[in-house]
Design a protein around this ligand. Sequence first.
Ligand code: PNS
Length: 161
Amino acid sequence: MATALCPGSFDPVTYGHLDIIERTARHFDDVIVAVIRNPQKSQSLFTLEERQELLHESLAHVPNVRIEFFKGLLVEFAKQHGASSIVKGLRAISDFDYELQMAQMNQRLSGIDTFFISTTPQHSFLSSSLVREVARFGGDVSSMVPPIVVERLQGRFREEV
Ligand code: PNS
């Protein structure tokens, strides 16, 4: 059975993430969405449990996907779960340098290969950080994230006002 990992911070999940996860699920028996416990990039907006819940709701229609948390090295988590592949989305050439470096490091550490899926062009500008920023200032993100995420973002930023 071929298991793939789709790792990320998912703070919050976007239609760009869902596109990559759904397409990965067509090629592998089993997909684990690996949510990092402590994203290095920034303070998270949503807690781990909230990020998991939003992913869970948004992926309820995909039977061979499950959501797990991880901390430490991704390749150690992959080995523990018998995952032979990592799958990432590439939005633009600007993603490429860092993604290639991580893929090569992960390959060197573990022998686990990374496969890249090109993002659907309508999502190529999309990132969780921009969605957070637009939502924070009251912009419309309903074409970028599922309705439940829109709701949560509105609730979160209403609290801040
Ligand atoms: O959604 P993100 O924040 O771009 O996801 C980045 C993530 C979680 C995939 C990456 O930071 C990661 O794999 N971190 C785990 C730590 C690790 O294994 N580092 C070595 C990678 S070469």
